[in-house]
Design a protein around this ligand. Structure first.
Ligand code: SF4
Ligand code: SF4
Length: 95
């Protein structure tokens, strides 16, 4: 896990997927796709869960487009821009 992003501690950055449970059909696509093991699959409930939110790559939302049920959401990218601005960090700074 990257412990920080552009100098900001990762645990201070609220960037991770959220699953709307009632919409999740249990197709497992997000779970199988994410190489960072953000998701786990709850076999009992037949739903994906966000198990390791801090492993999510800041700014990534690749899995969202795979979810045909449109159950996955992310914060707006503007949240990250605002966070950098509030900390006086140049957005061009390498992650
Ligand atoms: S891709 Fe969507 S519907 Fe499929 S398991 Fe993930 S959240 Fe549920
Ligand atoms: S956005 Fe990227 S890193 Fe985050 S859970 Fe989805 S695929 Fe994994």
């Amino acid at each position: 896990m990257n412990l920080n992003w552009k100098g900001i501690p990762r645990d201070e950055i609220p960037w991770n997927p959220t699953i709307e449970e009632s919409k999740c059909t249990g197709c497992k696509k997000c779970f199988e796709f994410c190489k960072h093991h953000v998701y786990r699959f709850d076999e009992k409930a037949k739903k994906s869960r966000v198990a390791r939110p801090l492993e999510c790559v800041v700014g990534c939302s690749s899995c969202k487009g795979l979810c045909e049920a449109e159950a996955i959401s992310f914060p707006p990218l503007s949240m990250l821009a605002d966070l950098l601005k509030s900390r006086g960090i140049d957005p061009a700074r390498p992650a």
